[in-house]
Design a protein around this ligand. Sequence first.
Ligand SMILES: Cc1cc2nc3c(=O)[nH]c(=O)nc-3n(C[C@H](O)[C@H](O)[C@H](O)COP(=O)(O)OP(=O)(O)OC[C@H]3O[C@@H](n4cnc5c(N)ncnc54)[C@H](O)[C@@H]3O)c2cc1C
Length: 309
Amino acid sequence: MAAEHAGDLVPALRAALGARLRVDEPLARHTSMRVGGPADMLAMPESAAQLADVLASATTAGVRVTLLGGGSNVLVGDGGIRGVVVKLGRGFSATEWSETDAGPRVRAGAAVQLGRLARAAVARGLAGLEYAEGIPGTVGGALFMNAGAYGGDLSAVVGAVEGIVPGGGCIELRGDSLRFRYRRAELPRGFVVTAVTFALTHDEVDAVRARMNEARRRRLAGQPQGNPSAGSIFKNPNGDFAGRLIEGAGLKGARAGRARISDRHANFIVNEGGARASDVKTLMDVAQREVWERSGVWLEPEVQLVGSW
Ligand SMILES: Cc1cc2nc3c(=O)[nH]c(=O)nc-3n(C[C@H](O)[C@H](O)[C@H](O)COP(=O)(O)OP(=O)(O)OC[C@H]3O[C@@H](n4cnc5c(N)ncnc54)[C@H](O)[C@@H]3O)c2cc1C
């Protein structure tokens, strides 16, 4: 359905967004894995009003909307994405720090880089985001994914979430209404996060910095560096590690085209340059099958597969 209406939407979106609308935009440019075909339309609104316009126009035209943050946890198919891909622009990158009766707060726009926010919090002696320093991507994507590492995740510090629903209305949700679970927050269907307020706590700058440095040390020691990737490909199954199971199946270093299961960490697939999304998917399929046959565990993707395959 989306394809036949998509072209009709271009003039309306062009009027609302100007140069912040791109047609047939290659999404490999917008994902950390550097794979994926084009979006029919890539809309990059700079304000809540522009975003509301885009969502309302797409809803009226019956055109599908796909959200992209920093693209560090998505795998876009080689066929690209039909309809509109929405990626929030720098207009959603403000941070406001405040001190309330309940403690320090920071309200961060959904396009703020999570790692940058974590470093800024540490520099102010604020605890709660130390583990997040090396997690690429945006506050919006991190909220949706309930991003976390080394025992911490966003669920512990989310005070409130602001966003826009498909019809264009703005709403605010309390953090404790989001039913966070492992790598997922429960959001209303089609809800676009525009800002998150984090509830942090005061601590000694040196103590917070030491925890962040320890998280960085563990990340550098354990994860592949250099080649494009999408982070952990599979969720860790209950009581085990996806990387351990994939390594146990003898798949470290396995290749498909220009994609490879990392020698450093078997739950990472890296793009050695020129990989296709189908190469990555082939390796994911092999890992799921081999781990199932060897261990009886069906690995569930952590990375979000979107678009046409
Ligand atoms: C090298 C590397 C290391 C990583 N390490 C970690 C780690 O330690 N821990 C971890 O949890 N993750 C890790 N990741 C995965 C990834 O960085 C996180 O999941 C990150 O939070 C995704 O944010 P993003 O902005 O890139 O979202 P995207 O990948 O663009 O999107 C992820 C999902 O969020 C949705 N989304 C994006 N923006 C919004 C919005 N504004 N409103 C509503 N929904 C939205 C998208 O539709 C999509 O379903 C790593 C990735 C890489 C490449």
